[in-house]
Design a protein around this ligand. Structure first.
Ligand SMILES: *[C@@H]1O[C@H](CO)[C@@H](O)[C@H](O)[C@H]1NC(C)=O
Ligand SMILES: *[C@@H]1O[C@H](CO)[C@@H](O)[C@H](O)[C@H]1NC(C)=O
Ligand SMILES: *[C@@H]1O[C@H](CO)[C@@H](O)[C@H](O)[C@H]1NC(C)=O
Ligand SMILES: *[C@@H]1O[C@H](CO)[C@@H](O)[C@H](O)[C@H]1NC(C)=O
Ligand SMILES: *[C@@H]1O[C@H](CO)[C@@H](O)[C@H](O)[C@H]1NC(C)=O
Ligand SMILES: *[C@@H]1O[C@H](CO)[C@@H](O)[C@H](O)[C@H]1NC(C)=O
Ligand SMILES: *[C@@H]1O[C@H](CO)[C@@H](O)[C@H](O)[C@H]1NC(C)=O
Ligand SMILES: *[C@@H]1O[C@H](CO)[C@@H](O)[C@H](O)[C@H]1NC(C)=O
Length: 306
């Protein structure tokens, strides 16, 4: 039934694909399904399998647009809308000639398989599925680098790449100076049908300048960011040795100074004193000697005079 083209136009387009025969032989019916992609917030048209000829009118048809087999999105009978799903209220419209289902704005929950069934006078004209793949773009990845340990030869860094608000669950990949690297990835999403936030982490030993790239991708979508991390050379003025040298030098200077003061305090005043004392003593002695001599000479004179 799926192989019966509903109109010459559809037949032409199918023959054009060259897959028509294979599909009708039943080899891989899944391949036959049309696929339409749309981004959240956009308008999308899901094609049906029949175009009403201008000589005919929608009044003579029944059209069902269903989702995931059971859920009726929209139904027309005798030219009137007979059913409309609440979730699609004010978001759907059907083209009255080619029966395309227009959805705007598209939401993540609209992702799924849709089926268009067309009947004319209770006879099925066509029944075809179309898959709607809904995607949402991720934000441009944001890379940040934080130093976790630093030394003269290498700097250990925690590099984080994050992107948010996309759908479906993405892959996160990267390169480090052109060589691919594996991010330690984690995903957050409120449910399997909610936007995802993705975060990748890397612990790097930076020994030279590096150029790191982070890419977030899903079916046909990819966004990436690069970050240049420069290894700052801390070795020009080695940060560890100076304190030791300074401390040792300071200690030596302080000890020398204290020693100098101690020595000065102990010997310098005495030296000065002993010098001046000796001088005084010798003067006194000289005087005494002089007195003694004069006295003795006096005495001698006295004695001689006696
Ligand atoms: C159906 O018609 C609309 C305009 O009325 C057009 O934009 C759309 O491409 C058509 N779809 C198909 C499948 O022919
Ligand atoms: C659809 O639109 C009408 C008027 O434009 C509004 O009254 C109604 O609440 C809307 N329904 C939903 C589900 O948004
Ligand atoms: C979207 O719908 C298709 C078709 O039903 C399904 O294969 C796919 O897994 C769905 N995507 C998500 C993210 O659920
Ligand atoms: C990147 O992430 C950092 C830290 O989380 C934040 O401060 C900065 O604003 C972000 N930049 C962009 C462009 O989002
Ligand atoms: C590295 O990048 C340069 C351009 O920046 C490119 O020409 C070269 O092929 C890349 N090497 C590898 C191994 O990917
Ligand atoms: C994802 O990230 C955005 C922006 O950073 C934030 O507002 C939102 O709450 C996050 N979602 C989840 C499920 O964590
Ligand atoms: C980083 O490299 C230095 C020497 O280059 C090494 O001593 C250190 O263990 C490395 N650290 C890590 C986390 O690989
Ligand atoms: C980093 O590498 C990426 C691709 O590998 C390249 O596009 C970008 O220009 C490079 N950035 C710098 C600053 O070298």
């Amino acid at each position: 039934m799926m192989c019966l083209p509903a109109s010459p136009r559809a037949l032409a387009s199918r023959l054009g694909l060259g897959l028509f025969v294979l599909l009708c032989l039943g080899i891989g019916q899944a391949l036959e399904k049309k696929v339409v992609r749309s981004k959240v917030g956009e308008e999308v048209g899901l094609p049906c399998c029949h175009e009403i000829p201008s000589s005919d009118s929608l009044d003579r048809y029944r059209v069902y647009w269903q989702k995931n087999v059971r859920e009726v999105v929209l139904a027309y009978s005798d030219g009137n809308m007979i059913s409309k799903h609440e979730r699609y209220q004010n978001r759907t419209e059907m083209d009255p000639w080619n029966l395309t289902l227009w959805v705007s704005p598209v939401g993540i929950l609209d992702n799924g398989s849709y089926q268009c069934i067309v009947q004319r006078n209770s006879i099925v004209v066509c029944d075809e599925s179309v898959i709607l793949f809904v995607t949402a773009d991720f934000s441009k990845p944001n890379i940040t680098a934080e130093v976790s340990a630093d030394s003269c030869e290498s700097t250990e860094m925690v590099v984080t790449c994050s992107s948010h608000g996309g759908f479906p669950k993405p892959r996160i990949s990267g390169t480090l100076n052109n060589v691919s690297v594996e991010w330690d990835a984690s995903w957050v999403s409120e449910s399997s049908l909610s936007p995802y936030n993705v975060t990748g982490k890397l612990v790097l030993n930076v020994t030279k300048d590096i150029n790191i790239t982070c890419s977030v991708e899903h079916s046909g979508f990819s966004k990436s960011t690069s970050l240049l991390i420069e290894k700052t050379n801390d070795c020009i003025v080695p940060p560890v040795p100076p304190p030791y040298n300074v401390i040792i030098a300071s200690i030596i200077i302080v000890i020398t100074f204290i020693l100098a003061i101690t020595l000065a305090a102990r010997y310098l005043p005495r030296h000065v004193c002993s010098r001046c004392c000796k001088h005084q003593d010798s003067v006194e002695e000289g005087v005494k000697e002089y007195t003694k001599t004069s006295m003795s000479s006096k005495l001698t004179a006295e004695t001689s005079s006696v």
